[in-house]
Structure formats: C-alpha cells, structure tokens
Design a protein around this ligand. Structure first.
Ligand code: KG4
Ligand code: ZN
Length: 342
C-alpha cells in the first residue's frame, strides 16, 4: 500500500510516500523548514506558519511524487497530521489530505503527531518491535511511554512544566542564541567545558518518571547573568546545561526500563537529534544491556516520512477516518485505538 504523508502541525512542511510492500518502505520525502520565516520573532507565529504551509504543500507533494516516480493515481491512501499542533497549520494538511483522498476515492487517516515521532525509529533497517519503552522529546512534549503494541501506549511519565526541547529553546533565547535553540545550544556546547558549571538534574533524587525543566532554565539564567562577560562563559554554560538535561533524560530512561522490565528503548522527537543524548544513552545501553533505537537525525525533528509511515500502518490494518475533518490542538496519546492483534 502506497501512502502519501503530510506533516503541517508546526513550522515544517513535510511530505513523503511510504510503501508497505516488502522491500519497499520510504520511496521519497521532502521537507520545507520555516525557521527563517519565524527567526525575527524568536518563535513560531501561528498565522504565518499556516499561510506558508498553504504555499508550500502542493509544490512539495509534486516534488515528492516526481522523486518517487509516481502520479497521484498511484497512491492507495493519504495520511496527514491531525494533532496535536497549531490548529490553523493542522487544517492545511488535513484539508488538502482529505480533499485529495476524496478526489481519488482512496481512504485517508489523521495521524497523531507524537505517534509519528514514536514510530519513526521503526522505519530504520532491522527495526525493534514492541514491547519497548519510548522516550519522546520534542519542542512541545517530553514523555516516557510503555509501548505494548503499536497503538497501545501507557504514559509512564511526562514533564510537569517545560518540554525538553522547550528548555533548550528558552535557554538559548536567554543567552541570545537564535531559534530553534536546541541545535544552537548543541553547537556551542561542543566547544565548552563540562565541569566549569554544574546545574541540577531535576527530580532525579526522588522516585517517579516525571520531568521538570523550568527550574534548570532559571539556574542557567542566574549563571549567565553572573558570568556572561567572562571568557568562554557561553560555551561552558551551554555545555553544563546540555549535560544536565541529557543526564536527567538518561536517568529516567534507565529507571523506566528497570520498572517495566523492557529490554528496548526507542528515542524520538527533535531532542533525539542531540549528539550528547545519543552518546549517553548508547553508553547506558552498553552498561545495562538494553537495545537502543533512534531514527536518523533528520527524522528526529518533524518530517513527512514519519506521518506517511504511521498512517500506512494504520491504513494497512484497515483503519481510516470518516469524511468529517477533525484536527486537535491537544490529544492524549493513550486515547488512540490499538491496531488489531496479529
Ligand atoms: O520534534 P520537533 O521537530 O518538533 C516538535 O514536535 O516540537 O522538535 C523540535 C525541538 C525544538 O525544541 C529544538 O530546539 C529541539 O527539538 N532540537 C534539539 C536538537 N535539534 C532539535 N534539541 C537539542 N539538540 C539538538 N540537536
Ligand atoms: Zn514534532
């Protein structure tokens, strides 16, 4: 089954075609990032995001189909991100996706953006299967989930305030770095010393799998205000922040694996592209003997491939949405229907 995937939940327009036939997989994908559009505002401006999706989506679909050597009539279904996200932006992909499917007489399905992230590592060669623990770390979410089957998700812990990516973004902003802050902090941190500053590992000193990142940002602010004029302060603070954030995530992942007895950890979402996080989890995996799976870095951040893939799995299992258009700004992952067994 060849499925077109459309991602328009935030500031990336992503398009891909995924083929569920054995040996096929991802046929083509294309991405347009709006980073430059929002740069001057220090964050995503929802209305500008929606308008840009309107302009980019059709040309990107054409490009992706060309690259795959397909015409629209070769598609067997359409998947689009239905939430969570910016409602205006979501409506662009949902409206176009449903209209295209209707015109073709093919099924369409609204995909949960975080399920897209969660399943992205399964597009890679030799993918792990459930049961596993998933760490989802994006700009809007930080979650640990127990995945019993595709579509059966149990929330183990989540952030009580800022998401992990948001912590990177806000830390970058207070240090005068451009949006999005994650890659900017990571670049700066690469040249910094890990031991000049030490920031707390929030909520690791007590049991539980929830996170809290807003206090960490305050600690960074205090250090930045006191030391900003000293040589290498920015790089050293960025490095200490990255150490604190990634170690906190790694501690909770190990705890989640121990509590569930799972032997596999899957990591996805924008912060999953962070090199230091990958290194830390890889050494934890060696020490504890669990399997670790990441998507390639470009599929950690938002993309159409993960939506095409998650949608293709659901459409191939016979699931599809009725004609009315539904998008959701908030959407609990645990409310998804599970795929039929087998
Ligand atoms: O998954 P994503 O593209 O969008 C959401 O669904 O939110 O995640 C974006 C987030 C941003 O907060 C960005 O700063 C962060 O992921 N990010 C990173 C890195 N690359 C992106 N954070 C840390 N290190 C990175 N290399
Ligand atoms: Zn995302």
């Amino acid at each position: 089954m060849r499925v077109l995937g459309l991602e328009t939940s935030c500031d990336e327009t992503g398009v891909a075609v995924y083929d569920t036939a054995p040996g096929r997989g991802l046929l083509a994908h294309a991405l347009h990032s709006q980073t430059a559009l929002h740069l001057a505002y220090g964050g995503v401006v929802p209305e500008l995001a929606s308008r840009d999706h309107v302009e980019r989506l059709v040309p990107l679909i054409r490009r992706t189909l060309d690259e795959a050597g397909l015409g629209v009539a070769d598609l067997d279904g359409v998947a689009y991100t239905a939430g969570p996200g910016l409602v205006g932006a979501l409506l662009v992909g949902a409206g176009l996706g449903r209209a295209l499917a209707f015109a073709l007489g093919k099924p369409a399905i609204g995909v949960h953006h975080m399920e897209g992230h969660l399943l992205a590592p399964l597009m890679e060669p030799d993918p792990p299967g459930p049961p596993f623990v998933a760490l989802l770390v994006s700009g809007g979410h930080t979650m640990l989930l127990e995945v019993a089957a595709i579509g059966r998700y149990r929330l183990l812990g989540e952030t009580l305030d800022d998401a992990a990516g948001e912590a990177f973004d806000k830390t970058a902003k207070l240090m005068g770095l451009p949006y999005p802050g994650g890659p900017a902090i990571a670049r700066l941190a690469a040249g910094g010393r890990p031991d000049r500053f030490t920031f707390p590992r929030p909520m690791t000193d007590r049991p539980g799998l929830d996170f809290s990142f807003s206090g960490l940002k305050t600690q960074v602010l205090l250090a930045w205000q006191r030391h900003r004029d000293e040589p290498d302060a920015a790089a050293d603070i960025a490095r200490a922040f990255e150490e604190a954030a990634t170690e906190t995530l790694a501690i909770k992942c190990r705890r989640a694996l121990a509590e569930t007895g799972a032997r596999t950890l899957v990591v996805a979402g924008g912060v999953g592209a962070n090199r230091r996080l990958r290194e830390r989890l890889a050494s934890a995996a060696r020490a504890d003997g669990f399997r670790l799976a990441f998507p390639r870095p470009e599929f950690c951040t938002d993309n159409g491939a993960m939506i095409a893939f998650a949608g293709a799995l659901r459409l191939a299992a016979g699931l599809a949405d009725d004609a009315p258009l539904h998008v959701r700004a908030r959407w609990p992952l645990e409310s998804l229907p599970a795929l039929p067994a087998g």
